[in-house]
Every structure is written in C-alpha cells, then in structure tokens.
Design a protein around this ligand. Structure first.
Ligand SMILES: Nc1ncnc2c1ncn2[C@@H]1O[C@H](COP(=O)(O)OP(=O)(O)OP(=O)(O)O)[C@@H](O)[C@H]1O
Length: 345
C-alpha cells in the first residue's frame, strides 16, 4: 500500500470496512455511518431485507428463507456485491446524490496491515462499484495512529495496537512510516469464542448470538468493584435444549480469555524485538496506544502494561480511530510531514 497526503487530500469520503462494523467519514461532514457490517437477505427473491443494526438484531432469529450475512470477513471484503449493496443502504440518499454530482469522486479505504493483493482489489472494486473513480488504500495502523492523535510524522517512536474484531495489529511508527509491525488473527471474535467455549464446557450452556454483551458489562463492573463478582447469564442448556440461567464468576471468564490474549502479547514482544533500541527507548517514555473496539475490553490495558512494563493509553474513541485518522489526512489536519510524499509499506 502506498499513499501520499496530496492524493489523500483529494478524497471526499473515507471508509473503514471492518469485520464487525462499517464506518464512513465524509469530508466536511464527519462520521456519517457506524453500523454493524451485516445484511439480511431474502434467499427466495434475493432482495435485501435489512442492513446494519437492524440486520444484526435478526441474527439467530430468522426463518429458513432469510439469511444474515457478513460481506466482510477478517477485515477483507469477501462478497463484493453484498458489500456494495450494504454500503449503498447505509449511506444516506442525500450523500449519494452529492456523489452523483461529483463525477471524479475519490475514496480512501483503510485495510489491515499486509493485506493480500486480492483483499486490496476487493476493496477497490467495492468502492468503484459505488461510483468512486479512484481509491486510495491506507494501512489501518497508520490511519489509527493518526486518528489517536499520535505524532507519527516525528523522528521518534510511537506504538499503536489496533484491537479489532478479527485481528489485532501492532506497529511501531517513526517519520510517518511503519518500522516494525505484526498482525495476529486474534481479536474480539476470538475472545468472544473463548467465553462461549468456557460457558459450554463449565456450565453446559449455549449462549444466544447477542448474549455476550451482559458479560462485557459484568467484566467492566467487576473491574470497578475490584473483582470477585458474579453475573447471571441466560442461555440454552446443551443437553435438554431448554432455557436456563446460570451464575458465572467473572474471574473465571477473565481466565478463559487469557489464552487468546497471549497471542497479542507475543505479537507486541516480536514488534519490540524487531525495533532499533533508540525507538524502544522512546516508547519507554511515551508508552503504547490502544485503539479498535476490543481496546475497551476491561483489563486489556493493565494486562499489556504488566507484560511490557510500559504505560498503556486507550484512545479517546478507540473504535473510530482508523476512520477518523483517514478523515484527518483527507482534510489536511495532520501536521507537516518530515517526508513528503509520505511513503508507507
Ligand atoms: N465495550 C466493549 N468491551 C469489549 N469488547 C468490545 C466493546 N466494544 C466493542 N468491543 C469489541 O470490539 C470488536 C469490534 O471492534 P472494531 O469495531 O474495531 O472492529 P472492526 O474494525 O470491525 O474489526 P477489524 O478491525 O478486525 O476488521 C468486537 O469484537 C466487539 O466485541
């Protein structure tokens, strides 16, 4: 992925097509879409029934002829046509009419670090199908670092950890470029899966699709209370199939998610080992920045802090950092770069 700030400044729309949520930022307007990357389709007629939050509410509750699909998987558009239909419905008519009047619409899209050429092509095709004449691809790590307000253009190290739904990406940046980076296929989905497996094996309970939200809340409350709390979880008994409520210890849930999080700690260690010592010394002073929706997982910051011995900050709007960063670059709100054009790998 290569980009220059000059090319980005000609874009009018920025898109983050995430595995969990889709976000769109329009120049001079701000964030116009933040919805789940989900669509519900009638398989008999092929028509789209719902997209975004409405479709998410249908997941797990549909009759046979309605299918809830995710056109983005692992940060990659896997169903281009469905992604286009979903985006078309998520973006309001008003904005779309404005697009039609602009025949040379340019779009900026952020993609996971080291995205395969096929993933890059899928993102470009999705946007050109929506009317974009040119698509700039930006590394999510750079966009998120800018969106967090990190001074990426300076000749000193900044470390960003983007904890998404499908993956966690870690990078050290200096002089506007990535010095060392790693991506592990462990994110919010893997953490949720670990919790689901824990409830299945320890409590013989199957959780409904949206059943994890109360547990996230319980983990937060447990952290505020200093630990030792329990929470009620309702699900389906594995053996009888009947609805049942169990009392779950939040400490046990926290233990269950340690295993996937170990992979994140390993990735951070590898990035730090790949960095020149001067940059690691900078990080000792500046600390690390957590972005992405899973950065809100209670206790993740202290776990990374304990493992690295460095200060860990959580971005102000961690889940919006990438798209806001794209928007900032688009609107020229990034400070003067030491190198221009800004070249990223
Ligand atoms: N308050 C919260 N506590 C714990 N986890 C959360 C919270 N809010 C969101 N998440 C998790 O964050 C993830 C979504 O993060 P984000 O929106 O950054 O993902 P994405 O950009 O769609 O994914 P990716 O970057 O992998 O394509 C989900 O797995 C969700 O469970």
């Amino acid at each position: 992925m290569t980009l220059s700030l000059a090319q980005l400044s000609r874009c009018t729309i920025a898109v983050d097509l995430g595995a969990s949520r889709t976000r769109v930022y329009a120049r001079d307007t701000g964030l116009i879409v933040d919805e789940p990357s989900i669509a519900a389709v009638n398989t008999r007629t092929g028509s789209l029934i719902a997209v975004g939050a409405l479709a998410e509410g249908m997941a797990g509750r549909t009759p046979a002829h309605i299918r809830v699909v995710r056109p983005v998987s692992g940060g990659t558009v896997v169903d281009i046509e469905m992604a286009q239909r979903m985006l078309r419905h998520l973006i309001s008519d008003k904005i779309r009419r404005a697009w039609r009047r602009k025949p040379l619409l340019r779009a900026a899209v952020c993609l996971p670090h080291d995205a395969e050429p096929i993933a890059q092509r899928a993102a470009v095709e999705t946007m050109t199908g929506l009317g974009a004449r040119r698509v700039e691809l930006v590394d999510t790590l750079v966009a998120a670092a800018v969106g967090c307000g990190l001074p990426v253009q300076l000749p000193e190290a900044t470390m960003i950890i983007v904890c998404g739904a499908a993956s966690t990406q870690v990078a050290v940046l200096s002089l506007g470029a990535i010095v060392a980076a790693e991506k592990v296929q462990v994110g919010g989905d893997a953490i949720d899966y670990a919790v689901v497996q824990h409830l299945r094996s320890e409590h013989e309970l199957m959780l409904p699709t949206q059943g994890l939200y109360p547990l996230h809340m319980a983990l937060r409350a447990d952290r505020l209370a200093g630990g030792g709390t329990e929470t009620e979880v309702r699900g389906r008994d594995v053996a009888t199939g009947l609805s049942r409520t169990v009392l779950v210890s939040t400490a046990h849930v926290r233990n269950a998610i340690q295993t996937p999080l170990t992979a994140v700690l390993d990735a951070i260690g590898r990035v730090l080992r790949d960095c020149p010592p001067d940059l690691v010394a900078d990080l000792g002073t500046r600390g690390l920045m957590l972005a992405g929706g899973s950065a809100l997982l209670p206790g993740l910051d202290t776990m990374i802090q304990d493992a690295t011995g460095m200060t860990v900050h959580i971005a102000e709007n961690p889940e919006h950092c990438s798209v806001l960063g794209l928007g900032m670059m688009m609107e020229g709100k990034v400070g003067p770069m030491t190198i221009d054009p800004l070249v990223m790998r």
